[in-house]
Design a protein around this ligand. Structure first.
Ligand SMILES: C[S@@+](CC[C@H](N)C(=O)[O-])C[C@H]1O[C@@H](n2cnc3c(N)ncnc32)[C@H](O)[C@@H]1O
Length: 215
């Protein structure tokens, strides 16, 4: 049984109780701001709401959906009709691919990892991103962002969240990794950024490490 299998039946309900539709709406807004691509990979998309949104927005011609939890993956498949299913290849491990992608989406997945694993994760993505490919990362953030920073309550909430997921899903991270700082020091180049709840949740689009002409 993979980490998130245990929480898969009620994960979306809990998110809805805590955040309402705010995260779903934020995700949709970000996806809508990205120009359509040929091939898109979504890693750790959970029960597949973000996959369905991407398909309905015609974000890509084809998708690879990499999700470690087989229960989450089953939920994602169940959301799609036969025509939509034909556009998607499902896998558990994102590195088991011979393809390269124009867009790789990481929705609330890097937060499961320690900072050294986030470094490694990003390094592993470089070869499967096309030269002009983009990386979309949506995740919690506790780093100051310009004049904004998460409040004390938000930080305590994140601590609770980690306690919960370490017990139920056996995630590697003991605390939220500094994703923005790691990306800043990486080969990826920031293209655009958006935020929710005064920067507690941040979405960032990065240009491929191999692309010299990103903004
Ligand atoms: C915190 S949940 C987020 C789920 C979903 N993205 C959302 O926002 O509701 C993290 C998800 O990432 C998956 N995951 C973690 N590491 C992964 C990896 N290396 N490859 C694929 N999926 C992964 C977990 O199984 C889990 O479903």
């Amino acid at each position: 049984m993979s980490g998130f299998d245990l929480v898969a039946p009620y994960y979306d309900h809990v998110v809805r109780i805590v955040f309402g539709q705010k995260i779903n709406n934020f995700n949709r807004k970000i996806l809508a701001s990205i120009a359509p691509v040929k091939r898109c990979m979504i890693i750790g998309g959970g029960s597949g709401k973000i996959l369905l949104d991407a398909i309905e927005m015609n974000l890509a011609s084809s998708y690879c959906y990499a999700e470690l939890s087989s229960k989450m993956k089953k939920k994602a498949k169940d959301r799609l009709n036969d025509r939509q299913l034909q556009q998607v290849t499902f896998t558990a491990d994102y590195s088991e691919t011979d393809s390269r992608f124009d867009l790789i989406v990481l929705p609330f997945v890097l937060d499961c990892y320690s900072e050294s694993s986030v470094h490694q994760f990003l390094y592993n993505l470089e070869p499967i991103l096309t030269n002009h490919g983009k990386l979309l990362i949506i995740d919690f953030n506790h780093e100051p962002l310009n004049d904004q920073r998460p409040t004390f309550i938000q930080k305590q909430f994140i601590r609770l969240l980690y306690l919960f997921f370490r017990i139920t899903s056996n995630i590697e991270a003991k605390k939220l990794p500094r994703i923005l700082s790691i990306l800043k020091d990486s080969n990826f180049t920031l293209i655009s950024r958006d935020r929710l709840y005064n920067g507690w949740i941040v979405s960032s689009v990065y240009g491929s490490a191999k692309n010299d002409d990103v903004a």
